[in-house]
Design a protein around this ligand. Structure first.
Ligand code: HEC
Ligand code: HEC
Length: 333
């Protein structure tokens, strides 16, 4: 090899390195093309990813409560993962999985522990899907992990992902107005999800074919321990993704409407998860909108459930700062 060219390209590489490193730490999912499944190799990895895709988009048909094989009934409702994780779990601000393989393992307040992708999948299995955890060595768990891995390709480990999670609303400093929320629901949601919130099945009960429009409350939906059962998460999801077809770039509802309709939907009955008092063992970082006790700030369960939230957020901030100061004081002794 010509030594001068080698040295020259090395210098170029070094000059480019800091810029590269900076770019590498940020990835935007906005307008990023969704990974194409038809590019998958026809090998064992490709097959597993394809199964993961099927499982995610037609969860009810493989591990739902109506499947023939009783041993496979891991999910407790007939939703699909993609009932919430829209567009095959690639849509910005609809909790996309793109990049999840690069951002886990991560600290999770709910468990006060470092959690893996598999544990996160089971978090949604037990709450959003109101079901049982999948065994870590099951073909299904491996398929979920493989699909999440595939859609995460190109996102560097540790990257900050623009479009991840949900896009917060500006939270009104008041309690959710459930009557106003009911009016929004009737005008903007009931056409698909039904006046009774039960959605519209694809076929008939018992056929494991799931829903055209998923139910929002009642027996066949997420339980009260789910992320979607938290007011600020639900309001953020709804504002930037509903009615169906809505994106964060052109929301249909105002912040007030999203807040109130979330309050109305979450005020309706849904499955109850046992043992929720053990969530968030480090109580100080329990989110202000966690819909179940215990709470450490002395505010009522009612306020945690429906707001007003800004005063609770302020209290939580003060608590976190006091804790940090105490830790620093302890460390310097
Ligand atoms: C045009 C039909 C349509 C309308 C109108 C609509 N949705 Fe949806 N909604 C869907 C579909 C379909 C899904 C499943 C995800 C997907 O396929 O995009 C969904 C999913 C959801 C979910 C998550 C899944 C679940 O079962 O909990 C919530 C929450 C939700 N919608 C709330 C609302 C609210 C609140 C409104 C009114 C502001 C609304 N939707 C209006 C079609 C609709
Ligand atoms: C009822 C709605 C809903 C359904 C159905 C659902 N999830 Fe989720 N999921 C959420 C919400 C909301 C979050 C983020 C908020 C949180 O952490 O609680 C989330 C987060 C996740 C994450 C982490 C994403 C990130 O950016 O860190 C993964 C992975 C995940 N879900 C997997 C699944 C799988 C697999 C299924 C199906 C077996 C599923 N989810 C079904 C609502 C849902």
């Amino acid at each position: 090899m010509d030594a001068r060219i080698a040295a020259g390209s090395l210098a170029l590489l070094l000059a480019a390195a800091p810029a590269l490193a900076q770019d590498a730490s940020r990835v935007s999912l906005i307008d990023r093309p969704a990974p194409a499944l038809d590019k998958l190799p026809k090998d064992a990895y490709g097959e597993l990813v394809r199964y993961g895709y099927e499982l995610s988009t037609r969860t009810f048909a493989f591990i739902g409560p109506e499947v023939q094989n009783r041993k496979m009934r891991f999910a407790g409702n007939n939703l699909a993962c993609t009932s919430c994780h829209q567009n095959d779990a690639t849509k910005p601000f609809a909790m996309p999985w793109v990049g999840v393989s690069a951002t886990f393992p991560q600290y999770r307040a709910r468990e006060d522990a470092i959690s893996t992708v598999e544990e996160r999948v089971n978090g949604c299995m037990e709450r959003s899907m109101n079901g049982k955890p999948l065994p870590l060595d099951s073909h299904e768990m491996k398929a979920f992990a493989a699909y999440i891995h595939y859609v995460s390709r190109g996102v560097p480990i540790g990257a900050r992902v623009e479009g991840a999670g949900t896009k917060p609303i500006t939270v009104p400093n008041r309690r959710a107005d459930l009557a106003a929320g009911e009016a929004v629901y009737g005008a903007k949601c009931a056409a698909c999800h039904g006046a009774d919130g039960q959605g519209q099945r694809r076929g008939k009960a018992g056929d494991a074919e799931g829903y055209v429009f998923p139910p929002l409350w009642g027996k066949d939906t997420f339980n009260n321990g789910a992320g979607m059962n938290r007011m600020l998460t639900a309001a953020a999801f709804i504002k930037h993704n509903m009615p169906q077809g809505t994106t964060h770039a052109a929301p249909v509802l105002s912040d007030d409407e999203a807040f109130d309709v979330a309050g109305y939907v979450l005020s309706q009955p849904r499955p109850i998860k046992a043992g929720l008092d053990k969530d968030f063992p480090a109580r100080w970082n329990k989110p202000v909108d966690a819909a179940f006790p215990p709470y450490v700030d002395g505010a009522s369960a009612e306020q945690h459930r429906y707001g007003p939230y800004p005063p609770l957020t302020e209290l939580a901030k003060q608590r976190a700062e006091a804790l940090k100061a105490a830790r620093e004081a302890a460390a310097s002794r």
